[in-house]
Write a protein that binds this ligand. Structure first.
Ligand code: NAD
Ligand code: LMR
Length: 332
């Protein structure tokens, strides 16, 4: 029997990530090839005409799984009955803008959209925040939507996770699908800590540690980390625009694994509400290694953290605490 359609909200849908993401969702990349979807696309009035153009293209693409499209600038209409909300909408930093200016614009958007989601989304709606500052926008959304369970609110660090897999695969000249269990700890920013201490590569006899195969701790503790941390900036320099196809693909990976589950023996990185695991302060949205089953994520416990890693976990937590304080000062 055909499944009922799932309603997926994409905010900022007329933007560049939105343009890459909506066809992926309509093709079943996010929720599976047998899952019909109804897309809800939200943008702001100046982008209404472009948004309508995206809707026209979705109709023209004749996606068999796409059972409806709501394209609107009305946040209530956009949020009504959605099962999944991918929050991409926001203001990118422009020349001459201070970090605080960007924070101030974006956190107030997330405060107001939190209320709309809380009132109008379907019960148990899963929320993924992509727009930067992703962790702090997600935290504001969580705090201003107290009736949405904290386990349902997350932010995107899967792009960083995928970037780390990509770097290891290139360095070792192995298939990216044979590399697993890297970890992104902390903030989706240049203080994030890409950790390979538990990562492995599939070999004919089983699995081998990435550290053993790379056999170059200086690279793994240096250039590898900074390359992943700075990859977003490198893409902006090369494209004159921030990453879009890789961000959209990572958003699909994030939701797919959350809803359909992670493969046995594999974890992924998700920005989730800290419960104090690994001595990360509770009350931050922090990227952890997680496994997912039956639509719920669980932080992987018991991994050893050496002194080098500890410092890096703490540094990115400190930045998130500062961002949280700055966000609240912008809202007051
Ligand atoms: P973009 O400027 O092309 O698109 C953003 C869209 O959001 C625009 O269409 C804009 O009109 C819309 N918008 C602005 N305010 C809105 C509101 N209140 N409600 C709904 N829509 C609104 O930007 P983009 O390249 O698509 O990037 C979107 C965001 O994602 C940026 O914040 C970017 O920094 C972030 N990003 C995050 C990651 C990640 O891994 N977490 C990766 C890449 C980009
Ligand atoms: C990315 O990681 O590609 C983006 O978050 C970069 C940015 O600042 O938009």
């Amino acid at each position: 029997m055909a499944k009922d359609p799932v309603r997926v909200l994409v905010t900022g849908a007329a933007g560049q990530i939105g343009y890459a993401l909506v066809p992926m969702i309509a093709r079943g990349v996010m929720l599976g090839a047998d899952q019909p979807v109804i897309l809800h696309m939200l943008d702001i009035p100046p982008a209404a005409e472009a948004l309508n153009g995206v809707k026209m293209e979705l109709v023209d693409a004749a996606f068999p799984l796409l059972k409806g499209v709501v394209a609107t600038t009305d946040v209530v209409e956009a949020c009504t009955s959605v099962n999944i909300a991918v929050m991409v909408g926001g203001f990118p930093r422009k020349e001459g803008m201070e970090r605080k200016d960007v924070m101030s614009k974006n956190v107030s958007i997330y405060k107001s959209q939190a209320s709309a989601l809380e009132k109008h989304a379907a019960a148990n709606c899963k929320v993924l925040v992509v727009a930067n500052p992703a962790n702090t926008n997600a935290l504001i959304l969580k705090e201003f939507a107290p009736s949405i369970p904290e386990k349902n609110i997350s932010c995107l660090t899967r792009l960083d996770h995928n970037r780390a897999l990509g770097q290891i695969s290139e360095r070792l000249n192995v298939q990216v699908s044979d590399v697993k269990n890297v970890i992104i700890w902390g903030n989706h920013s240049s203080t994030q800590y890409p950790d390979v201490n538990h990562a492995t590569v599939k070999i004919p006899a089983g699995e081998k540690a990435v550290r053993e195969l790379v056999a170059d701790d200086a690279w793994l503790n240096g250039e590898f980390i900074t390359t992943v941390q700075q990859r977003g900036a490198a893409i902006i320099k090369a494209r004159k625009l921030s990453s879009a196809l890789s961000a959209a693909s990572a958003a699909c990976d994030h939701i797919r694994d959350w809803v359909l589950g992670t493969p046995e023996g594999t974890w992924v990185s998700m920005g989730v509400y800290s419960d104090g695991s690994y001595n990360v302060p509770a009350g931050l949205i922090y990227s952890f290694p997680v496994t997912c089953q039956n639509g719920e994520w669980k932080i992987v416990q018991g991994l050893s953290i050496d002194e080098f890693s500890r410092k890096k976990l703490d540094l990115t937590a400190e930045e998130l605490s500062e961002e949280k304080a700055l966000a609240y000062s912008c809202l007051s």
